[in-house]
Write a protein that binds this ligand. Structure first.
Ligand SMILES: Cc1cc2nc3c(=O)[nH]c(=O)nc-3n(C[C@H](O)[C@H](O)[C@H](O)COP(=O)(O)OP(=O)(O)OC[C@H]3O[C@@H](n4cnc5c(N)ncnc54)[C@H](O)[C@@H]3O)c2cc1C
Length: 492
């Protein structure tokens, strides 16, 4: 039996980034992914000859000299993926009431657009930008070069995003515009942290890009880096048990039969799924297991993929956040609001292959089918999905997005689909929820009480390409040292 330096559970962005970093730094690694395809939320799956993305629609701070660019440059994948910069004069269009508010890329464009729409709010907007930059700069290329991943970012976890916006401006429309992309960070009015709001918005305002031709390019490129550095990436490897001797992990059971050993273990799957896999051990107390099991999750997403007829609908280099008259924060009452985004397979393309509509929803809406599996959920579930689809299409048509006669096929997924494919608890889009009232209660450290077992992935700190990447660095720094790794990336 082969033994590895590091075994990594989960082949999404977190698992593959950790694998790439550690294999580049000379460790023998083995990444274990339960699915046929790598990628998790970065997975691209084929339907009716089109490529559909599971959970990545655009990524921020990818201009040269910006944080994501620098991390992926160090990892050796930045020139292996097909990126398209979104429209600088408005990469996100926020549709409120009957107006469209365009978010400009780069702080100059951002300010120019906002002042056209809110001419009296100059001082307010300057203050808003200053805070976004202050929070964003806690993790930047400069901080990496100084040898740290985060210069005091944690304090912004204790501040409320909505209170910050409401203190910044009394203008209700501007408040709604500034929180128009709240869905991107699992935004909930009375819970979301200033950290999530500012990190995410700062990153996208700096620069916004789409992965043209499928988000899976990223995770495939990372897998190649691992293999080129002597590491192993295995698919169809469902981790079914994490074995311990009381103080440390001694091995991993795969598919209920195979035993694999390593010196260190990194687990990137949802903690509520991972903890029950750990054998009974005094190191992981019952109270801890219960605490993790009771932690609230972020909401789910219902995704509608409209596979467009050839030449039927223009490919747009911007996204739409559509709310009508409603609030922009998550709305438990089910009032509709959604993100609409276009997909293409090449940067030259004039027409969209796929239009994706994402609408947030509570898990409870599909809970009655939680005992079922993909393709075996029964007629009632199919009828529910059909109703929901018709409802969403009617809503977007009422807001000016009429796709009738332009669509060839419709593919849908619910939080149950995400639960079964990416293994996220309750199909939550972004893993464990964050709450500024008590950040420590929602906080999962990278270390555990098992001395050689660590966490990474979207439930630790914040989710998204940037959040997950920063956590991958933190976890790998446990073995490599923060200053060493930060400087290596910062000066790559
Ligand atoms: C609908 C949606 C839209 C999103 N849009 C964006 C966006 O536009 N931009 C952005 O930056 N972020 C976006 N995100 C968030 C982003 O995609 C995620 O935060 C990130 O990809 C999570 O990476 P991860 O590696 O932590 O988790 P995952 O991608 O969930 O990876 C976990 C992996 O572990 C595997 N696994 C689970 N259990 C086991 C097991 N027992 N054994 C072996 N393997 C296992 C899973 O199959 C999966 O491959 C979106 C997410 C969703 C759901």
């Amino acid at each position: 039996m082969k033994s590895y330096d590091v075994i990594i559970v989960g082949g999404g962005l977190a698992g593959l980034e950790c694998g790439a970093i550690l294999s580049k730094e000379g460790h023998s690694v083995c990444v274990l992914e339960k699915n046929d395809l790598l990628g998790g939320c970065f997975q691209t799956f084929p339907r009716y000859g089109r490529k559909l993305d599971t959970g990545i629609h655009y990524i921020g701070s990818l201009d040269e000299g910006q944080l994501m660019h620098q991390i992926w440059k160090y990892l050796g994948i930045i020139d292996k993926i097909q990126l398209q910069r979104l429209e600088p004069t408005g990469f996100d269009h926020i549709h409120l009431d009957s107006g469209i508010y365009k978010i400009g890329m780069g702080y100059e464009n951002f300010m120019e657009n906002m002042l056209q729409q809110f001419p009296k709010e100059r001082a307010t907007l300057q203050q808003y930008i200053a805070t976004l930059q202050e929070v964003g700069n806690t993790s930047s290329v400069e901080s990496l070069q100084r040898g740290t991943f985060s210069d005091g970012g944690m304090r912004y976890f204790y501040q409320s995003a909505s209170a910050f916006i409401e203190e910044t401006t009394d203008n209700k429309t501007l408040q709604r515009v500034l929180t128009g992309t709240a869905q991107l960070y699992g935004g909930v009015r009375d819970k979301s942290t200033l950290y999530s709001h500012a990190m995410v918005n700062n990153s996208y305002i700096q620069s916004s890009y789409r992965l043209v031709g499928g988000s899976m390019q990223v995770t495939d490129a990372l897998a190649r880096v691992i293999e080129e550095n002597g590491g192993t990436v295995r698919t169809n490897c469902n981790v079914t048990r994490i074995k311990t001797d009381g103080t440390k992990v001694t091995g991993i059971e795969v598919n209920g039969e195979e035993h694999i050993e390593g010196k260190l273990y990194i687990c990137t799957i949802h903690p509520q799924v991972a903890i029950p896999l750990i054998e009974d051990t005094p190191a992981i107390k019952k109270i801890y297991r219960r605490r993790i099991a009771d932690m609230p999750n972020s909401y789910g997403v219902f995704t509608l993929y409209l596979l467009m007829k050839d030449g039927a609908y223009p490919y747009e280099r911007y996204n739409h956040y559509v709310y009508g008259k409603r609030d922009t924060w998550y709305n438990e009452a089910g009032e509709k609001g959604c993100l609409i985004t276009s997909q293409a397979t090449s940067v030259e393309q004039k027409y969209a292959d796929v239009i994706t509509i994402l609408i947030t929803m509570p898990y409870d809406e599909v809970k009655q089918w939680e005992g079922t599996t993909v393709s075996h959920r029964g007629e009632e579930y199919l009828a529910y999905k059909e109703r929901k689809t018709a409802d969403i299409l009617q809503f977007v048509a009422s807001q000016g997005f009429d796709y009738a006669d332009k669509v060839e096929h419709i593919v849908t997924s619910s939080p149950l689909t995400y639960r079964d494919y990416t293994g996220t608890a309750q199909g939550s889009a972004y893993g464990l929820a964050k709450d500024y009232h008590d950040p420590q209660r929602c906080f999962m450290p990278t270390r555990t009480r098992l001395e050689n077992f660590y966490f990474a992935g979207q439930s630790i700190n914040i989710h998204g390409a940037l959040g997950v990447s920063l956590t991958s660095l933190l976890t790998c720094a446990e073995f490599l040292g923060e200053e060493y790794l930060a400087k290596k990336i910062g000066y790559a």
